[in-house]
Design a binder for this molecule. Sequence first.
Ligand code: F6P
Length: 321
Amino acid sequence: MIRNAIAVMTSGGDSPGMNAAARAVVRTALYEGVKVYGIYNGYKGMLADDIQELNSRSVSDLIQRGGTFLGTARCKEFKTVEGRRKGLENLNKRGIEGLVIIGGDGSLTGGSMLSREGGIPIVGLPGTIDNDVWGTDYTIGCDTAANTAVDAINKLRDTASAHRRIMIVEVMGHTSGWLALVSGIASGAEYILVPEVKYNLDKMCDEISQSYKMGRRYTIIVVAEGACSGVGLKNVVQEKTGIDTRVSILGHIQRGGSPTVEDRMKASMLGERAALAILSGASDVVFGFDEGKVVSINLFDSVYNKKTLDPELIRLSTVLV
Ligand code: F6P
């Protein structure tokens, strides 16, 4: 059982809902009478000793805000044993007995190394817009990012139809096609290109050319950044079809924004579970969702397995687009 203090940090790419999750971790621990420290700027702050005690007011006025009040940063030094040892020293000198890490695949991998080398209990929460963490069908921020992408595609549809253009929309996802697949289906895109599914450019361009001859006014192609570059695709499609083509790279707009109700609720539920678990002495677990219920996943399983796209979503996209 932990009775003295825990710490919470956010790491890797930020995502809308990280604040809600951190707020739930802090308030749950304080409710249980345990001190909570915030580690600022991810592993970089852990190594730089940028660690402050938090109180209930530290997480006021946050649930509605995107980003992360704790900050986050990529940290090369943490990849070394020496760097991780320095981080552990900074935790130990405050009597921190457990750590909640809110982040994506890379951040959770760092946590698994910290746990193995330092013996400090680690509980992870999947915080990334990519929804590419194994063992959970939800990651904090993915719903807000999908809504942001769909809103952008709706707007691009207007101008594409006005000009009878092909509009290519590149979405984030690092190496996962989830954001492209979901935003493509939800926005009624005509084509969705993801890294996990082979596609035939010549066939796609022939189909588009034929459809324009049959009177189609415009085409929306959603492409995951891990499948191919939107700019490169634009040049190929324009060349092969001879149709006026434009590209819009949504980029980091997908990482911002006020979290949706789903992200706020699920992040709060995960944050509370993570705090209670770490206080009860659990370690090396990640909490996520499976068919709407909170589930706990072994941390090492989660980082060593690659999340695949839901075949049901892939099947649906082939039927509807
Ligand atoms: O992992 C989240 C993510 O937004 C990816 O979708 C994207 O490829 C990457 O982060 C961008 O990283 P950075 O913010 O460091 O440019």
